[in-house]
Design a protein around this ligand. Structure first.
Ligand code: HPA
Ligand code: ZN
Length: 349
């Protein structure tokens, strides 16, 4: 492990903001800010059940995952045209740039859109164009991960995969999201097997609200390479040992966990316990427009609540770069930049 010199506690927030990092758990539809929801609704002539931006924001008082998902899917209903998908992703990339994100792997939920008559081509083309521009105009390496909605059937997931295959070169992997409890990973074993044959990267939400058993089955049956959330693994010592030994990355989203009442107080979040057990933990934003902060807000608030150190900052940023699906040559370049950032802060301390 790279030993870092601690920086003064009043300079730690600045270091957290400055360090190059990868965002591996962001639902692009969850980056849709209320202002953009209203602007797109007007542009597309979509009626919203909220009178104003303020009224919509006031509805963001969630009690659990489902209470959030209901509003999140309603918000996504304003997305109709290729340009809408581009504009949404571009707005995210501008925020990511300000947070020194060098690599972003964006989840998207095509079933939310195809069910409303929007074509797969419209969704993927708009998002992919924004990813390309993120690379050329902002220097952010970006790729797409198609998520299957787990409250729908495996047949529906297979049909979605079929629709996406003409655009196989425009996304790098598949994931599994939406309502977790009652929809275990094993419901999707066959479709994930097919995606594996196609050479796609595999990830799945597991252990956000659901039990450790869902993390076991995501690993053993779906054969995922990363676990999204995974915070419930702390309830199972054997699982913790396995995650540490195999260095399976967890894409943890602290502000999401707080807002969805998984850990109602950030001070009670188990991220430090996961780190101390040697797991490959990363910090991410999940649905930043809904949960009150982008990736740097997640870093800053978590570090303040859990009294994390400069060493933890290094570990979390380094983990994120290494856990990404970017080529190793790119990862090495970012790790080098990470070292330079830490050295700059120590020198001036
Ligand atoms: N969990 C499951 N599904 C989701 C989430 C989440 O945190 N965000 C968007 N879809
Ligand atoms: Zn998520």
């Amino acid at each position: 492990m790279f030993k870092v010199h601690p920086v003064a506690s009043d300079r730690l927030p600045q270091l957290l903001r400055a360090m190059p990092k990868a965002e591996l758990h962001i639902h692009i539809e969850g980056s849709l800010e209320p202002e953009m929801i209203f602007a797109l609704a007007q542009r597309n002539g979509v009626a919203l059940p909220y009178a104003s931006v303020e009224a919509l924001r006031a509805a963001y008082a969630f009690t659990d995952l489902q209470s959030f998902l209901d509003i999140y899917y309603a918000g996504a209903s304003v997305l109709l045209k290729e340009q809408d998908f581009y504009d949404m992703a571009w707005a995210y990339f501008e925020k990511a740039k300000a947070d020194n994100v060098v690599r972003a792997e964006l989840f998207f939920d095509p079933q939310t859109h195809t069910a409303r008559g929007v074509s797969m081509e419209t969704v993927i083309t708009g998002l992919r164009r924004a990813c390309t521009d993120a690379g050329t105009k902002l220097g952010i390496s970006a790729d797409l991960i198609l998520c299957f909605l787990r409250h729908l059937s495996e047949d529906d997931a297979f049909a979605t995969l079929e629709q996406a295959l003409p655009f196989r070169d425009r996304f790098i992997g598949v994931g599994l999201d939406s309502s977790e409890v009652g929809h275990p990973p094993e419901k999707f074993t066959r479709v994930f097997g097919r995606c594996r044959e196609l050479g796609l990267h595999l990830v799945a939400h597991a252990g956000e609200e659901g039990p450790p058993a869902y993390i076991w089955s995501a690993l053993d049956l779906l054969k995922v390479q990363r676990i999204d959330h995974g915070v419930q693994s702390a309830r199972d010592p054997a699982l913790m040992a396995r995650l540490a030994k195999e260095r399976i990355p967890l894409t943890v989203c602290p502000l999401s966990n707080q807002k969805l009442c998984v850990f109602p107080d950030l001070k009670d979040h188990n991220l430090r316990q996961l780190l101390d057990a040697g797991l490959c933990v990363t910090i991410n934003s999940d649905d930043p427009a809904y949960f009150g902060g982008y990736i740097n807000d997640n870093f800053l608030q978590t570090f303040a609540a859990l009294h994390l150190s400069t060493q933890d900052a290094w570990t979390l940023a380094h983990n994120s770069l290494q856990a990404s699906f970017a080529p190793e040559s790119e990862q090495r370049r970012w790790v080098h930049a990470l070292k330079e950032t830490f050295e700059r802060f120590v020198e001036h301390d």
